[in-house]
Design a protein around this ligand. Structure first.
Ligand code: HEM
Length: 128
């Protein structure tokens, strides 16, 4: 059966390219968040980039299991979970649902990126 995750492009599986695009999208989301925080950009670009990043992350989660690397996959799920907590904290602060200190938003961003990098490195090693 056709396996999109393992579809070869320049000798590397499609899932690796999708992973690189997804992490770049989350990086842009963070940069847009920092730019808004510093008064350089309008806020609306931050939630727009959040939607794009989660859309890519969910596609990865759907096609990822067919790559057949369960350990890398578990770290992928943990990364998605961590970015979801980050987004929920951002949303709770912005909507004033919870009285949570803003600093937890960037702290969770850093934890999420550490998990994303470990997940990405494992993915690269798994296909070498
Ligand atoms: C890439 C990871 C990030 C994700 C997934 C994320 C997600 C979110 C979400 C979902 C919201 C609420 C949007 C809304 O209510 O429409 C938000 C708000 C916000 N985010 Fe982020 N964010 C990230 C990184 C950052 C970074 C690095 C900063 C800068 C330090 C930042 C600064 C902000 C600010 C200032 C708000 C508004 C909070 C308020 O209303 O007081 N974000 N974020």
């Amino acid at each position: 059966m056709f396996n999109i995750a393992l579809y070869q492009i320049f000798g590397k599986p499609f899932i690796l390219y999708l992973g690189i695009i997804t992490i770049i999208s989350f990086l842009v989301t963070a940069m847009v968040g920092i730019s808004f925080y510093r008064g350089l950009l309008r806020f609306k670009w931050h939630p727009r980039m959040v939607v794009v990043s989660f859309f890519l992350a969910i596609i990865m989660t759907v096609i990822g299991p067919s790559a057949g690397k369960p350990f890398t996959g578990i770290l992928g799920i943990l990364t998605l979970f961590s970015f979801s907590i980050t987004a929920l904290i951002g949303l709770s602060i912005h909507q004033r649902w919870m009285n949570i200190r803003f600093i937890w938003h960037p702290i969770m961003v850093i934890i999420s990126f550490i998990l994303a990098i470990i997940h990405g490195l494992l993915g690269i090693l798994a296909f070498n």
